[in-house]
Design a protein around this ligand. Structure first.
Ligand SMILES: Nc1ncnc2c1ncn2[C@@H]1O[C@H](COP(=O)(O)OP(=O)(O)OP(=O)(O)O)[C@@H](O)[C@H]1O
Ligand SMILES: CC(C)(CO)[C@@H](O)C(=O)NCCC(=O)O
Ligand SMILES: [K+]
Length: 246
């Protein structure tokens, strides 16, 4: 999975996900980097989904790379610019936990994505992720410093700049999530809710402290996107999968 901050890898043996890891974005194509050995030694199928077109371009000539596109997802009601990472995560988490489902992806951008029992997209929301909120404040103001994520929920009323920044971002983030989750549960009372993405652990720590009942509804699904890939690959008709062509 090519995300906005980095690449997320999953290794499958048959249908089983055996290992996951993350690497930086590439600045050359894998062939230029001498990665043809990877294919020669082990010509395993490589499935790629991307929300970063330039990064996808680099894989254009990689043998056996197959692109996962929106049309291949067994979900209804998707709009043309819908993010493939959101689709895979909601498919994977739904397959594992059941539909309806609401997925929170705490990545560079934080997304909420809700799908009903008929696997139709109800809709969602996109906002700057935790890391991006912190970095944009420090990058776009003269004096605000870069603040690291606090280990525990910051006090609401900060008494220095770092505390005030952490409070503002984190308390409004979790209050907002609570609102979205509550609204979703009113419409889909028996829905599963899951969380994935690089910032899910600090986010769950904060939610647990402030809103334990809400936090208790949320299942940790760090591998949701890979479950989605495997569900899609398992169900796919081979000929319908697009070979890489950009
Ligand atoms: N080693 C790491 N490198 C980069 N980000 C990390 C790392 N560990 C945790 N993170 C956190 O992960 C967040 C990014 O999440 P993730 O990696 O899921 O995003 P992404 O690559 O943009 O994926 P997506 O585009 O699918 O959201 C950052 O805000 C950062 O705080
Ligand atoms: C929102 C992100 C950046 C989250 O990774 C990605 O899913 C994306 O680029 N989506 C396209 C816009 C949309 O999903 O409506
Ligand atoms: K973008």
């Amino acid at each position: 999975m090519i995300g906005n901050s980095r690449l997320h890898w999953g290794k499958f043996q048959a249908d089983t996900l055996v290992e996951t890891w993350d690497t930086q974005h590439l600045n050359q194509s894998p062939l230029e980097m001498g990665w043809s050995w990877l294919h020669q030694i082990s010509p395993v199928p490589l499935f790629i989904a991307s929300v970063v077109p330039e990064q996808m371009q680099l894989w254009q000539n990689y043998p056996q790379a197959e692109i996962i596109t929106l049309e291949l997802l067994p979900l209804g009601g998707l709009y043309p610019t819908f993010g493939i990472d959101r689709g895979l995560a909601v498919l994977g988490a739904g397959n594992q936990l059941g539909f309806p489902i609401l997925v929170i992806d705490a990545g560079t951008a934080l997304t909420l994505t809700g799908v009903n029992q008929n696997r139709q997209l109800i809709g969602g929301a996109i906002l700057p992720g935790l890391g991006l909120q912190f970095s944009s404040l420090s990058n776009r103001t003269a004096t605000l410093p870069q603040v690291a994520f606090p280990e525990s929920l910051p006090q609401r009323w900060g008494v220095n700049t770092s505390e005030a920044i952490a409070s503002g971002i984190i308390h409004s983030m979790i209050a907002g999530l609570r609102e979205f989750i509550t609204a979703w549960c009113q419409e889909f009372p028996h829905s599963k809710i899951s969380i994935t993405g690089g910032d899910r652990i600090p986010l769950m720590t904060y939610l647990n402290s402030q809103y334990p009942k809400i936090a208790a509804l949320i299942v940790d699904t760090p591998e949701a996107i890979f479950w989605g890939m495997s569900a899609m690959v398992r169900d796919r008709n081979l000929p319908s999968l697009n070979r890489v062509s950009l």
